[in-house]
Design a binder for this molecule. Structure first.
Ligand code: HEC
Ligand code: HEC
Ligand code: HEC
Ligand code: HEC
Length: 429
């Protein structure tokens, strides 16, 4: 074996070894939301200030968090229509729907109080509590001990990304295909930090939390999320999900709006875009990567140009053959794996963060993010950075305008977005 391949294999092993098994596929039984939600446990009506966790998590989840209604969504008319168009008996009994809209562990892994109708319940994210339920509240319990007993380490960016993406992007086992989209399912989009913020928080990252679990700055969460989403998308191209349907490959891997858009609005720039392929080519969704590349470009190291070269190669390969494409996937993944660990802990200075935002808006004003999904990721990025830089209020009006430009995906105009980015850029110091 060549030194090179030994190196690659050991890198891949390190990358895999750190990732915890997803709650849905781990061996522990899921005891059910009812085992967490009693009034003396996580079901208090108001926050209990004497405890180090809130204790009203169940109420927060039930009242404000969409995850608690995910199963009920499958009973609604929209889901009934989707199921009918797919030829399924019903949405709320179909494995493909339940796998993402509930805690769909096999029957033998369900405790007595488990109810599928609880939707995306506590254990869908925190792991089956069979072994830690009784001991995690005893004195002497620590987070590390709980993890050994099957609690999922969702505080770690990498593991959180893997967890959220398993439903918000899909896995080799559950995937929202173009047939599901065509039947009426909304397009899936995801950015780790924004979605973390958008999920109604049932936890507080305070001094006590930091002591127990550490804390991750929002910029690190965002960058780690970009790397992991890009990596997962690439990994899925190697699975059975990227199969051929007649003449066409699975279309869910492509930027939806490279097909679904008005023919009257020209989106092909005269100069090079990220794909650097001839006009009229259907592009793979590269929205997380183009944002990552633009951001890294403002730091003086060569990872941005390396990634950029590999991304162009990926797009060129995508119009040649599947084998050539998979070779490029491999190279790009290797580069991402080398980058990934750096983003979790690296401290970025205020100046660097200001430069990130400036570079992103500069590239946007040059028309680099003409695909809807890239524009959407640009918005998430600029919003996250403005919150982190603590000048959100100062730029709120510009952020609102940027948001309005992407709010309705069928009314997205690349040149209008480009102009807004230029306006925003001019307001920055
Ligand atoms: C088991 C699958 C599953 C997991 C794991 C999961 N989600 Fe979700 N999530 C869903 C589903 C399904 C919905 C839509 C619920 C509905 O309205 O029916 C959703 C909705 C959301 C929404 C609201 C949607 C919106 O557009 O505002 C946010 C925010 C969100 N999830 C964040 C997260 C985050 C952050 C994580 C990881 C910590 C995560 N989710 C993990 C399945 C999941
Ligand atoms: C790979 C995971 C996945 C699969 C498979 C999946 N969904 Fe979803 N679904 C989601 C997520 C995540 C959302 C929330 C999207 C968002 O708002 O960002 C969602 C949203 C929805 C919505 C819109 C909810 C709302 O309140 O607007 C409906 C309806 C829906 N799904 C029905 C279905 C049905 C029916 C099936 C089975 C045919 C299905 N889903 C399969 C992950 C999935
Ligand atoms: C969609 C995923 C998701 C669901 C569903 C979910 N949580 Fe969480 N929960 C998280 C994330 C993310 C965190 C923050 C990271 C961490 O501390 O692990 C968290 C943190 C917590 C914490 C730790 C607070 C601390 O200070 O250490 C508790 C306790 C908790 N959740 C309880 C619950 C309970 C009870 C339910 C069900 C009623 C629930 N969670 C449902 C994702 C989820
Ligand atoms: C290669 C081109 C292509 C790509 C990429 C593509 N689609 Fe489609 N889509 C089509 C075609 C062709 C149809 C069928 C149109 C028809 O029925 O008239 C379709 C149908 C649909 C429909 C049904 C519309 C209706 O009239 O009922 C939806 C919704 C949809 N696609 C969503 C998506 C989403 C979401 C993505 C990205 C994840 C996507 N598509 C990616 C070509 C594409």
């Amino acid at each position: 074996m060549k030194i090179n391949s030994i190196l690659i294999i050991s890198l891949v092993l390190v990358f895999k070894a750190n990732a915890a098994t997803l709650p849905q596929y781990a061996s522990e039984k899921h005891m059910g939301v009812a085992t967490c939600s009693s009034g003396v446990c996580h079901g208090k009506s108001v926050e209990d200030r004497k405890e180090n966790v809130m204790m009203n998590e169940y109420r927060e989840w039930l009242q404000y968090d969409d995850h608690s209604g995910a199963y009920k969504t499958l009973l609604k008319p929209t889901s009934k229509k989707i199921a009918a168009k797919l030829g399924l008996k019903s949405a709320h009994t179909a494995k493909i729907c339940l796998d993402c809209h509930a805690d769909n562990v096999p029957v033998e892994k369900r405790g007595k109080k488990f109810q599928i109708s609880d939707g995306v319940g506590c254990e869908a994210c925190h792991g089956g509590s069979e072994k830690w339920l009784s001991v995690h509240k005893e004195s002497g319990a620590t987070h590390q001990k709980n993890i050994k007993l099957g609690l999922y380490p969702s505080e770690k960016p990498k593991n959180r990304a893997k967890l959220c993406l398993s439903c918000h992007l899909g896995t080799a086992n559950k995937f929202a295909t173009h047939r599901i989209m065509g039947a009426g399912h909304p397009r899936l989009s995801f950015e780790l930090e924004s979605f973390t913020q958008n999920q109604p928080a049932h936890y507080k990252v305070d001094a006590d939390y930091e002591k127990r679990k550490g804390s991750i700055l929002s910029v690190n969460m965002w960058l780690t999320g970009l790397v992991y989403k890009a990596n997962e998308q690439l990994a899925l191209l190697k699975t059975k999900q990227f199969k051929q349907h007649g003449l066409f490959p699975e279309l869910s891997f492509y930027e939806c709006h490279s097909c679904h858009r008005s023919m009257a609005v020209s989106r092909w720039p005269v100069e090079k875009n990220s794909a650097n392929v001839p006009a009229g080519t259907v592009r793979l969704d590269d929205s997380s990567l183009v944002i990552l590349i633009s951001t890294l470009d403002s730091l003086s190291n060569n990872s941005a140009s390396k990634l950029k070269g590999l991304l162009e190669e990926l797009h060129r390969s995508s119009i040649k053959s599947k084998q050539v494409l998979l070779d490029s996937v491999q190279k790009l993944q290797k580069e991402l794996q080398q980058l990934s660990s750096g983003f979790v802990k690296k401290k970025y200075s205020r100046k660097q963060k200001l430069n990130f935002r400036k570079k992103l808006l500069l590239d946007a004003s040059k028309g680099f993010f003409r695909d809807y999904s890239s524009a959407e990721q640009l918005f998430y990025a600029v919003e996250t950075l403005s919150l982190d830089l603590n000048d959100f209020n100062k730029y709120e009006k510009m952020l609102d305008k940027l948001f309005n430009a992407i709010d309705k995906e069928d009314k997205f105009y690349p040149s209008q977005f480009q102009t807004l980015a230029k306006l925003f850029l001019n307001k920055l110091p």
